[in-house]
Design a binder for this molecule. Structure first.
Ligand code: ATP
Ligand code: MN
Length: 478
């Protein structure tokens, strides 16, 4: 009977009153042929198990190696040693699975994050990744809870689509046609009419367009699913496969949209801080140790927990794109020619510009609104100035863009005009345009990149360390 086991997380909340319990987990270390540190994944804390000398066969003790899996039954007693309040005095120890310590790649020492990525199948067994994935879980749970409390409907938008929602990034083609000698059209192009869906299809880059269809009937929806971008961005904040949360609200303008996004981000951070205190404290210490390697000026002013707390206690700064460009042009960094990329009205801000605004100028999350229409997608609502659109990006310290959103263009004539200007084929999006034909309403929404949010909360500097099995250019092991 496996379900008689008690999880270590639960056990540690109890008082050590000589209760008999069964625990199961993996050996982290075995000292003096007597003390086993057992971890079962429920918490970063190991349970100390005492195998009294002389009580167990040598043959059994030899098999208690690093990462072997054990079932241990015994009595919980107050610990004599320091560092833990209780320990388990073992009565029986059963080896569930042996582990060849010679071949096991994780040793009880510090491994680099790069090395751990190469053994991503085992990195869950480290303190760092145990903490990261428990925090990731909490954030995901909090997201559903937030929207559920607000009466949003969780909409599952398709993973395979025939539309390119944004022209946002390169797409992954989905096809069952043979790679060699595919059927061709008269003109010699691949004939996707012969393909599985009778047309060319791709993995989705965003669920937004379908989300708008849901919102303009259900009122308020959100999606939370995988999205795919074949962009060749080898950066610490881009994945080829990432998870996105996309709320979409009818009867909502840009300001409502910003308010919701800010409330949402604070809610999920607060949830993680309340439910993952131990893991976040561990990650904060990890980050502080990592930053000790850096020169003073590159270190963060605030520790991880102080940073999160600061975000909770302060309003996000709100500036227009035009104001943001002015700030950059007035900045010492600009005057000293510290920016690699050009700064002038109309640019798509580069990461160095975003980071300057957030980390140097405002020192807190910033919502930038009203971007030039040329650098934004066709569906964003045109402002009365005729130059800008009702867009908003949220920039976070250390990460850059974490949210991209907008009020959507609900006026059919304006939308059609913009699509034509941007060469977006209106015939293919007939279904999208129908929302504007039959009872159109002001509506708005945004997309939050989940892994960037996990980065922000855990302090992991590379996005590859926030998802179990990262997909990046040239890498899809596991
Ligand atoms: P960026 O300029 O950073 O590439 P984007 O403008 O392409 O972002 P959007 O298309 O607005 O981003 O997507 C919404 C959100 O999804 C972004 O704010 C970001 O949090 C996240 N995101 C976008 N691309 C990626 C990616 N390749 N990997 C991880 N998250 C991403
Ligand atoms: Mn991008």
């Amino acid at each position: 009977m496996f379900n008689k086991r008690i999880k270590v997380r639960e056990l540690l909340t109890r008082e050590p009153y000589h209760e008999e319990v069964t625990v199961m987990g993996w050996v982290r270390s075995f000292r003096n042929n007597q003390f086993i540190a057992l971890n079962d994944g429920s918490t970063n804390s190991n349970l100390q198990i005492v195998a009294e000398l002389g009580r167990f066969d040598d043959a059994l003790l030899k098999r208690i190696t690093i990462s072997a899996s054990l079932k241990v039954t015994g009595t919980i007693i107050p610990s004599l040693g320091k560092g833990q309040k209780m320990e388990l005095k073992a009565d029986t120890i059963t080896i569930l699975g042996d582990s060849d310590a010679e071949r096991y790649p994780l040793q009880p020492k510090k491994h680099s994050l790069e090395f751990l990525r190469e053994i991503a199948h085992l990195r869950f067994r480290t303190n760092t990744f145990g903490a990261v994935f428990r925090v990731r879980h909490s954030l995901a749970f909090a997201i559903h809870r937030f929207f559920n409390e607000k009466g949003f409907v969780y909409l599952h938008t398709p993973v395979i689509t025939a539309s390119d929602a944004e022209g946002a990034g390169e797409m992954f083609r989905v096809t069952t046609l043979p790679p060699l000698n595919p059927p061709l059209t008269k003109e010699g192009a691949v004939d996707y009419k012969e393909d599985f869906f009778g047309r060319a299809t791709n993995l989705t880059v965003s669920g937004q367009l379908e989300g708008e269809l849901g919102a303009t009937a259900l009122g308020e929806i959100y999606t939370f699913g995988p999205t795919f971008r074949a962009e060749n961005s080898n950066t610490p904040r881009h994945l080829a496969e990432f998870w996105m949360i996309e709320p979409e609200m009818a009867f909502c303008d840009l300001e409502d949209n910003m308010n919701l996004a800010e409330e949402f981000i604070k809610y999920i951070i607060r949830y993680a801080m309340e439910h993952n205190r131990e893991d976040l404290a561990f990650l904060a210490q990890r980050l502080a140790d990592e930053e000790k390697q850096l020169p003073q000026e590159k270190r963060s002013e605030l520790g991880l927990l102080e940073k999160l707390d600061f975000v909770l206690r302060n309003d996000f700064e709100r500036v227009t794109y035009t104001q943001a460009i002015d700030i950059l042009l007035q900045s010492p960094a600009y005057k000293k020619k510290k920016f690699q990329y050009e700064v002038k009205w109309g640019i798509d801000m580069q990461s160095e510009h975003e980071r300057y605004l957030v980390e140097k100028h405002f020192k807190k999350p910033v919502i930038v609104t009203d971007y030039p229409q040329e650098i934004k997608a066709f569906y964003m609502r045109r402002n009365d100035d005729g130059k800008t659109v009702a867009a908003m990006d949220i920039l976070a310290p250390g990460i850059g863009e974490i949210v991209g959103g907008s009020q959507r263009e609900e006026r059919l004539d304006m939308l059609l005009q913009r699509m034509e200007e941007m060469h977006v084929p209106a015939e293919e999006l007939w279904w999208y345009l129908d929302t504007r034909r039959f009872g159109t309403v002001p509506h708005a929404g945004f997309g939050l990149g989940f892994e960037r949010m996990v980065q922000f909360v855990t302090g992991m500097s590379n996005i590859r360390d926030t998802i179990a099995f990262p997909r990046t250019p040239g890498s899809a092991e596991f």
